[in-house]
Design a binder for this molecule. Structure first.
Ligand SMILES: NC(=O)c1ccc[n+]([C@@H]2O[C@H](COP(=O)([O-])OP(=O)(O)OC[C@H]3O[C@@H](n4cnc5c(N)ncnc54)[C@H](O)[C@@H]3O)[C@@H](O)[C@H]2O)c1
Length: 404
């Protein structure tokens, strides 16, 4: 038995059953067969474009034909995936669409962060052009965070923007990346530096996809869940640590509860600050250092590992600067360790180089690195105090002191 988790705390974005009256706030019309098969929780993300549902549950992928029908007046969609995911899941996802008469245009690219590039964006866009898709099509992303980011950017830019549906297939993408409407690609100068905000019409998070994901990749995704607990919900953080074994083993109910809780937290934050003018920046906890580590290793360090190391490092920097309560870094380290994720990396020892890479972060202002102001486990500063500026010399000396 895993410990219970309260999912209603703190947040206004509520999880509701698909078959409850509240679920009809955003109408969908799945077939009777689909309705029978599905027992989804739903979290609604508020957005300037009207808001969208994130449906979480085993069988959620069976709602895709209805979602495409609602998003694509032409009944045509581009299904963007990477080669690996496509090999495992494309037929099972495309066939039900084609049975419903949807014209599916497949568009695949080689998996991996190294391919989250402008070149991949251009090639995928060419596939859509060649298939003569128009503004009345939609784009479906089938894959992890890399696929979601690239496919979302294709959708944001194709014909000046077409509707986009996210079908995340990794823990990381279900828990975090598929929600919030950030799309884009990397640039040699830094991560995610070319992109657009483009909210999805719908997110269908079906934990069944995780059955083909190996344990290491499953673990990686929980770095983002630890982040959600660390920044906003200490009780969730404790629950995650207690349930790490069940989550890594893929226990269905426990995984679903973690996805729902993380999506609630992310939904609440991004609903209040869709375009990251302020408070949303707290979701970058661990990413200022994490992105610098990814750059330093040429993306050999997986994103989840970089975020895990980054969270521990940023909590330690926060403690050293007196902005984070003592003991927080150790608590974050213990959570990360519970998932078998790394808590240190040799690149941390190269203070000057790392500080230079951190300065390429999108939160950098006038050359000064801004780091998320974590006050204690489960608590970040609000309003205009969300981040703390750290002058380069202070950053370098702190890094040297902590990680030499
Ligand atoms: N847009 C956002 O808000 C946001 C938030 C967090 C992270 N991200 C981005 O997400 C990316 C990391 O995402 P990721 O960890 O999902 O990486 P990923 O998409 O590269 O997936 C990791 C690997 O898992 C494979 N895979 C995916 N689903 C699978 C499945 N069901 N079975 C077997 N293999 C499968 C992929 O082919 C890939 O090799 C980074 O680029 C990061 O910047 C974006």
């Amino acid at each position: 038995m895993t410990p219970s988790l309260r999912t209603g705390k703190l947040l206004r974005a509520a999880a509701v059953r698909l078959d409850s009256p509240e679920a009809h706030a955003i109408p969908i019309s799945p077939s009777d067969e689909a309705r029978a098969l599905i027992r989804c929780s739903e979290v609604v993300v508020r957005s300037l474009t009207g808001g969208y549902p994130v449906r979480v549950g085993h069988g959620a992928r069976r709602l895709l034909p209805a979602a495409v029908a609602a998003a694509s007046p032409s009944g045509r969609c581009a299904l963007i995936s990477d080669e690996r995911v496509a090999g495992l899941w494309y037929d099972r996802v495309a066939e039900p669409l084609e049975r419903e008469g949807v014209d599916v245009v497949p568009a695949f690219f080689q998996e991996g962060e190294a391919n989250k590039t402008r070149a991949t964006w251009a090639r995928l866009t060419d596939v859509l052009m060649k298939a003569a898709l128009g503004r009345d099509c939609c784009v479906v992303s089938l894959g992890g965070g890399v696929v979601g980011d690239v496919a979302g950017f294709v959708a944001a830019t194709f014909m000046r923007g077409v509707p986009f549906i996210q079908v995340p297939t990794t823990t990381l993408a279900m828990i975090d990346a598929s929600v919030g409407g950030k799309t884009g690609v990397d640039h040699p100068a830094g991560k995610n530096l070319v992109g657009a905000f483009h909210a999805p019409r719908e997110v269908l998070a079906d934990p069944a996809f995780l059955t083909t994901l190996d344990r290491d990749l499953r673990a990686e995704g929980y770095a983002e869940a630890v982040k959600h607990g660390a920044i906003l919900d200490a009780e969730y953080a404790d629950w995650l640590a207690a349930c790490a074994g069940a989550l890594l083993d893929g226990d269905g109910d426990t995984v679903e509860r973690a996805v729902v809780r993380s999506v609630q937290i992310k939904a609440e934050v991004v609903s209040g600050d869709e375009f990251e003018a302020g408070h949303r920046q707290i979701l970058n906890f661990g990413h200022t250092v994490g992105h610098a580590l990814e750059l330093d290793t040429g993306y050999a360090l997986p994103h989840g590992h970089a975020v895990a190391v980054g969270m521990v490092a940023e909590a330690r920097i926060g403690e050293a600067l007196g902005i984070t309560a003592d003991g927080t870094a150790e608590a974050v380290r213990a959570m990360v360790a519970a998932f078998g994720l790394p808590d240190r990396h040799r690149s941390l020892g190269r203070a000057k180089r790392l500080a230079g890479l951190m300065a390429r972060d999108k939160k950098t202002r006038s050359g000064i690195v801004n780091m998320v102001r974590l006050e204690a486990l489960g608590r970040t500063a609000a309003g205009d105090k969300t981040t703390v500026p750290i002058p380069e010399a202070e950053l370098i000396s702190t890094l040297k002191r902590l990680f030499r």
